[in-house]
Design a binder for this molecule. Structure first.
Ligand code: NAP
Ligand code: MG
Length: 502
């Protein structure tokens, strides 16, 4: 594992963006927080302050929700817009984002710490893609006609049809692991269906969402359609979730906060969709292409510094190949070049924050104290920034915290299994059910496993493959609802039956 040094020329747009104070976007205008307060966002590679951002709280959320409500009124420019116009506007928004790929990739690398090369190849293009995919859906939101036969109205004739209407004012709360992409996953279906939005980015990574807000204005969305309020979860986030005039909350983040959101939403019974944590099993059978499986399993956990809700963090390896595979993955882990996200040669960046660093190191200590050992990594890396070594833990048992709980860092546990029955039992022994991986050449075993594992996404002989058209979401405590694909439209629509007596 080498240490990279920053030698990249920082994109001038991103470099200048971080020198300005980040503000709140309401009604297409930028303003300070009502309180005048700001908070700092940090460069995770150094721990130094990167930028200052307005700290929105309840007063700003109230103003943003009022703007979103006004923009949703029946005769507002947004409501009067045709579906085709709405689709074209979203497409234009996607074009603007694509034209600024380098600037957004740089902002993500600076604020979140992820490698610039990854943000450029994955985060930004995937964000553009979901906007385009959902732009296409705007004109395809249809109801149906239903023949009815009413027993207590013999002889009467009815004409019944359904309408699929936007839910209304939507609060969207997103995490820091894919700041731009999570904003796009949330905004795209909400806009395609004609909702209006108040978006709260994560306190650790508000910058790309704020730059995205500039593109909202540039694209020409009517005022109040997209409002962006940076701030803290406990204040701005909680105010948005509890707000009586918000019709729906879409949340991505921890299962713990997801439960708080449910309670807060009970006041006006707003609709809730949740994309929460995971502890995904990744299963390698002895008949798999071992080289491919080793590479795939390493990237399943180490991609994005392990800060993926669907990370393949529990590796199950068939007994006969256990030692070989552990050695292979450990070799990969040791070769990963850890360094600042802006360095073009960096393969793994720092964790997002000091809090995450401490959390992950705390899990490592807990694992070691219960008897786990590290086949690779196992500690903090360097003395500056929030780096952790890519880590492979062995000698674990199913009850350990490192096997049961979401670590959200570059730490995988490797456990042997004997057969399908054993690995299905172990794989499903968890409160989460977001994703799973299966590596085998036996096609019928693969699909039997796919049915038996309780997970919203199952990858066979691949991992971390995402597409705007493929639904994503959780079984069990990994969440409610599916993002992406046409399923995501349902999160922002409600159905009305219209019944006419002829
Ligand atoms: P988190 O607290 O769940 O944060 C996610 C979002 O919710 C942030 O915008 C956060 O604001 C906001 N929030 C926090 N408390 C809130 C509240 N009471 N009401 C409304 N919104 C609230 O996640 P975290 O603390 O950043 O990370 C902790 C752990 O969560 C991680 O270690 C990981 O296990 C998990 N996580 C999962 C995902 C995922 O994609 N499923 C993503 C991130 C984290 P603030 O930014 O101000 O806290
Ligand atoms: Mg938090």
């Amino acid at each position: 594992m080498g240490v990279a040094t920053v030698s990249a020329n920082i994109h001038p747009g991103a470099a200048s963006f971080v020198t300005k104070k980040g503000k709140i976007l309401i009604n297409n205008k930028w303003s300070d927080a009502a309180s005048g307060k700001t908070f700092a966002t940090y460069d995770p590679a150094t721990g130094e302050v990167l930028a200052h951002v307005a700290e929105g709280d309840k007063a700003d959320i109230d103003r943003a929700v009022a703007a979103a409500r006004k923009a949703f009124e029946p005769n507002s420019p947004w409501r009067k817009m045709t579906a085709s116009e709405r689709g074209r506007l979203i497409w234009k928004f996607a074009d603007l984002l694509e034209q600024n790929t380098e600037e957004f990739a740089t902002l993500e690398a600076m604020d979140n710490g992820k490698p610039l090369t990854v943000a450029r190849a994955a985060d930004v293009p995937l964000a553009v893609d979901i906007l385009r995919y959902m732009a296409g859906w705007a004109t395809k939101i249809e109801g149906n006609t239903i023949p009815i036969s009413v027993p207590y109205a013999p002889g009467a004739k009815f004409f019944v049809y359904t309408r699929r209407e936007p839910i209304g004012v939507v609060g969207q709360i997103i995490p820091w692991n894919f700041p731009l992409l999570m904003a796009a996953w949330k905004l795209a279906p909400a806009l395609a269906t004609g909702c209006t939005v108040v978006l709260k980015p994560a306190e650790q990574t508000p910058l790309s969402a704020l730059r995205l807000g500039e593109l909202v204005v540039e694209a020409g969305f009517p005022e109040g359609v997209v409002n962006i309020v940076p701030g803290f979860g406990e204040t701005a986030g909680a105010a948005l979730t509890a707000h009586p005039d918000v019709d729906k909350i879409a949340f991505t983040g921890s299962t713990e906060v997801g439960k708080l959101i449910l309670h807060a939403a009970a006041g006006n019974l707003k609709k809730v969709s949740l994309e929460l944590g995971g502890k995904s099993p990744n299963v390698i059978f002895s008949d798999a292409d071992q080289k491919g499986a080793i590479q795939g399993a390493a990237s399943a956990i180490f991609f994005n510094q392990g800060q993926c809700c669907c990370a393949g963090s529990r590796l199950y390896i068939e007994k006969s190949i256990f030692d070989n595979v552990v050695e292979g993955i450990s070799d990969q882990a040791k070769k990963i070049k850890v360094g600042p996200g802006l360095d073009p040669s960096t393969q793994m960046g720092p964790l997002v924050s000091e809090e995450q660093l401490n959390r992950v190191c705390g899990y490592l200590e807990s694992g070691f104290s219960e008897g786990a050992t590290a086949a690779a990594g196992g500690k903090k890396h360097g003395d500056k920034g929030y780096f952790v070594e890519p880590t492979v833990l062995v000698n674990t048992n199913p009850k350990m915290k490192v096997v049961q709980e979401e670590i959200f860092g570059p730490v995988v546990t490797a456990t042997p299994f004997t057969d399908v029955e054993d690995v299905v039992k172990q794989g499903n022994d968890n409160i989460y059910g977001l994703a799973a991986g299966i590596w085998t050449k036996d096609i019928s075993k693969a699909h039997r496993m796919a049915e038996l594992l309780g997970a919203g996404t199952v990858w066979i002989n691949c991992y971390n493959i995402f597409d705007a058209a493929m639904p994503f979401g959780g079984y069990k405590q990994s969440g409610w609802g599916r993002e992406m694909g046409h399923d995501a439209l349902d999160l922002y629509l409600q159905k009305k039956s219209v019944c006419t007596m002829l």
